[in-house]
Design a protein around this ligand. Structure first.
Ligand code: ZN
Ligand code: ZN
Length: 368
């Protein structure tokens, strides 16, 4: 895998369409971050209560994306779902949690292996050497597999190799920028990229200490936490965390409030996995990215995946080329999905459809 492709993947996972990178300066795309997100610069997370002792830590929009976390209090410690892209982000959340409870974090659950969901694990291990890190068996494998995709230990090396180029590009963009607001934003992005590089250099990869290969129920200090293995979707190791009493589910990126990232995914199986999830009795979704959503969001998100696969298959059968179907599918699905999939400055409909179409074309039509 070339460095260029790796960089494209990094950028794509950051919420920037890989297709756009060839034609647009990727850092200009960061400039669509609205004013409120800029002023919230120092606030990495906002803790939102979704049930008694259950919180969603909603990640602020940053140049270097962080995932959401679920924070679950129990009578004898805290359980965290996902640990963000870097130790400093996990540390910031840990500090906020300590404002709620002084109890230790006893378990960290990683929903999948992507970089923005596990690279902060070490913070919880440092705070509590007895912490248990849980994931699915597949996720544990992916975290050490060289070709797993945009996450895991080998992917840290790939990021370390590509970040200096990204930083050089930002510096070059800053030198060319004339508008003061653009310059200021690029400088903020540069500062974030440089700080991220420094953190990555000293990252201590903290891998799962316990894995599950099928649905498992944990009894944690008076609270029931179910870990559901429902099939392949966003990755081959997606884990869904379900609180039956509180009727809350934490989904990682298998269900998010912006456009899905398909590069390590299974477009045809993903909807079935979500249908299995839908059978559970819940009212609130803590998604991997975006705000807490009601259960009805599942059908909307699944609908996009189903319609996307059908549209690409049809276009391919009709003889369309990839660039043609990237345009036609984008337009075709827009009335139903563009608005609902473009609520944030990242992960927007028009930026992501071309990449999604390309992935479905490769994985479903070409069976690559
Ligand atoms: Zn993510
Ligand atoms: Zn992901």
């Amino acid at each position: 895998m070339s460095t260029e492709w790796t960089r494209r993947q990094v950028l794509a996972q950051m919420g920037i369409a890989a297709a756009a990178i060839h034609t647009l300066d990727p850092h200009e795309l960061c400039c669509v971050v609205p004013a409120h997100a800029q002023t919230a610069d120092k606030e990495l997370f906002e803790l939102k209560k979704v049930g008694d002792g259950v919180y969603a830590a909603i990640a602020a929009t940053r140049y270097k994306v962080n995932c959401n976390a679920a924070v679950i209090q129990t009578n004898d410690g805290v359980v965290i779902v996902d640990s963000h892209s870097k130790p400093s982000a996990a540390q910031a959340l840990y500090k906020e949690i300590q404002g709620i409870t002084k109890q230790p974090v006893k378990k960290v659950i990683n929903t999948h292996f992507h970089w923005d969901h596990w690279q902060g694990n070490q913070v919880y291990a440092a705070a509590n050497p007895g912490v248990e890190v849980l994931a699915s068996e597949r996720t544990r494998e992916n975290l050490t597999r060289p070709d797993a995709g945009v996450g895991g230990v080998p992917y840290i090396e790939k990021q370390l190799a590509s970040l200096p180029g990204e930083i050089a590009k930002l510096k070059d963009d800053i030198s060319k920028a004339t508008a003061p607001d653009v310059k200021a934003r690029l400088e903020s992005n540069l500062q974030q990229a440089e700080a991220y590089l420094q953190e990555l250099k000293s990252l201590k990869p903290t891998l799962p200490t316990r894995t599950v290969s099928s649905t498992t129920t944990l009894q944690e200090g008076g609270r029931e936490i179910q870990l559901h293995v429902l099939g392949r979707g966003h990755t081959n190791g997606d884990l869904f965390i379900y609180l039956p009493k509180e009727k809350v589910v934490a989904t990682g990126d298998a269900l998010i409030d912006w456009m899905p990232f398909l590069n390590d995914g299974y477009p045809e199986e993903w909807p079935q996995t979500l249908t299995a999830l839908e059978k559970l009795d819940f009212t609130s979704i803590i998604p991997g990215h975006g705000e807490v959503r009601p259960k009805s969001h599942l059908a909307f998100f699944r609908g996009y995946l189903t319609d996307l696969v059908a549209a690409v298959k049809k276009a391919a059968a009709d003889g369309a080329t990839l660039p043609e179907m990237q345009k036609s599918v984008s337009d075709q699905l827009a009335p139903k999905y563009e608005q609902g999939m473009s609520k944030y400055p990242v992960g927007q409909y028009r930026d992501r459809v071309p990449v999604n179409v390309e992935m479905v074309y490769k994985k479903v039509v070409k069976k690559a």
